[in-house]
Design a binder for this molecule. Structure first.
Ligand code: SF4
Length: 460
């Protein structure tokens, strides 16, 4: 069965052929709606169209044949064809994608439910008509961060049920954004001048779990909705811009180990923000956290073996309901052994609606506060020792502030410092009088001292 869009006359014009079942038809409707919303005309014929979209079916052999014939017809009559739908997701008898093998000259191929990817392919091959309202919005969207760094949200919600947390009750279970959307946003951000992308979510390592790591599409190519593939692609996207990719809210699942080689080879920053919250297995169980303390220590050791320059940031809770002296001592010992580079600690405080409120053994506030302070003493010792090890080293620094072109110095951050939450690099006046610093640009700097949580360095 062939459904077609109503004919229109004005350009830019997109011819559209919809084959297949009602699910394919609704995909076609979504694409046609988006085309119309953006001011494109749609046409039921190939003739006179600036390009043609064929929404295919790949269910049975006859449908595959009809789809391939229609693509061939569209190529012969029009020449510029974007393919979407079930056949687009199908592999061939040999390597690669069936549509690409049979019709290598198609402009792009996507799978089903891919309105955004289809629209990206349309935009790349047939620019959008000018819209005086939306054209004022920058392609990367409106950002509240400085121009040189941006947050990239990859999912919403969370499948865990940590007893101290009410996020899942507010935001629901994990919903991963389509990988094509995430990568398109990342590309637009780099193109708009962003130098540092901060990947965020409630649980970055769980990216794609909700969609069973389904194969998405980006740039006309299949790609799995999974942390490893996402991080790999972000690293590749960042390369031509010399940009940084920083990972936040990563849980210590075994799959995270696969990302370490990308850090060791410099594709993404050797920085992991892992909210451990505690180390003692019993406390972690009461918190309903997804990993046990002993294994975390082992995992950190392996991460450091795989990538010696890795910086680990984490947050902890002291004085969780029922925390014994021994459990708290375990946490301090963990901190000393794990040598977490950047650690924050909260004294436990009940959150309305959290399951932990019903746990026995709520500790008096002074005890919770005292434990937090004791933890921070250890954390600061570790952090200060780690910072001192950097004296004499040369580091790449991203400049956040440089009054008077940096002649009197400025403030920046190294790979070890996420904005807002970590330390900074205090930049002294540059070694050479001719050297200038600019906000949002990188500079090399030699570390000469430490100052609290910060490094002091001379740009060169
Ligand atoms: S603390 Fe994090 S992992 Fe746990 S439920 Fe809340 S959002 Fe999910």
């Amino acid at each position: 069965m062939r459904e077609v869009a109503s004919p229109e006359t004005k350009t830019p014009k997109v011819g559209f052929v919809s084959l297949g079942c009602p699910k394919a038809l609704t995909d076609s409707e979504l694409i046609l709606t988006q085309l119309s919303a953006e001011g494109y005309q749609t046409s039921k014929t190939f003739e006179g169209a600036d390009l043609v979209i064929v929404n295919t079916c790949g269910f049975i052999d006859d449908a595959v044949r009809e789809s391939l014939d229609t693509i061939g017809e569209a190529l012969a009559e029009n020449g510029r064809v974007i393919v979407t739908g079930c056949l687009g997701a199908k592999g061939g008898a040999g390597e690669g994608n069936l549509v690409r093998r049979m019709h290598p000259s198609v402009l792009a191929v996507t799978g089903p439910h891919a309105t955004r990817e289809v629209m990206d392919a349309v935009h790349a091959n047939l620019p959008k008509p000018h819209d005086p309202f939306t054209d004022l919005v920058p392609p990367a969207g409106i950002k509240l961060t400085p121009r040189h760094y941006a947050y990239l949200k990859i999912s919403e919600g969370c499948n865990h049920r940590c007893t101290f947390c009410i996020i899942p009750s507010m935001r629901g279970d994990l919903v991963s954004r389509p990988i094509g959307d995430v990568l398109n946003e990342a590309r637009a951000l780099f193109e708009s001048g962003v130098k540092e992308l901060l990947v965020i979510s409630q649980d970055t390592s769980a990216y794609g779990v909700d969609v069973k790591y389904r194969t998405g599409f980006w740039d006309g190519k299949p790609i799995r909705t999974r942390m490893l593939e996402l991080v790999q692609s972000l690293g590749e996207l960042a390369k031509p811009y010399g940009g940084w990719v920083r990972l936040h809210y990563v849980y210590p699942y075994p799959s995270v180990d696969e990302v370490l080689p990308l850090m060791a080879s410099g594709q993404v920053l050797p920085y992991l923000d892992v909210p451990f919250q505690h180390s003692h297995p019993d406390v972690l169980r009461r918190m309903k956290r997804p990993a046990s303390g002993e294994r975390n220590l082992e995992r950190i050791r392996r991460w450091r073996e795989a990538c010696p320059q890795i910086v680990i940031r984490s947050t902890f809770i002291a004085g969780f309901p029922g925390e014994t002296e021994e459990e708290f001592e375990h946490l301090l010992q963990f901190m000393r052994e794990a040598r977490i580079d950047r650690a924050g600690c909260f004294a436990y405080s009940p959150v309305e609606g959290a399951a932990a409120n019903a746990l026995p053994g709520m500790l008096p506030q002074e005890v919770r506060e005292r434990r937090r302070a004791l933890f921070m003493e250890v954390a600061e010792e570790v952090s200060a020792a780690k910072l001192r090890e950097r004296i004499g080293a040369s580091m790449q620094v991203l400049v956040d502030s440089a009054p008077a072109l940096g002649r009197k110095g400025g403030v920046g951050r190294s790979y070890a410092d996420a904005p807002e939450i970590d330390g900074t690099v205090q930049l002294l006046p540059p070694e050479k009088l001719s050297k200038r610093l600019a906000v949002g640009e990188f500079t090399q700097a030699r570390v000469v001292a430490t100052q609290g949580h910060d490094l002091v360095a001379v740009p060169f």
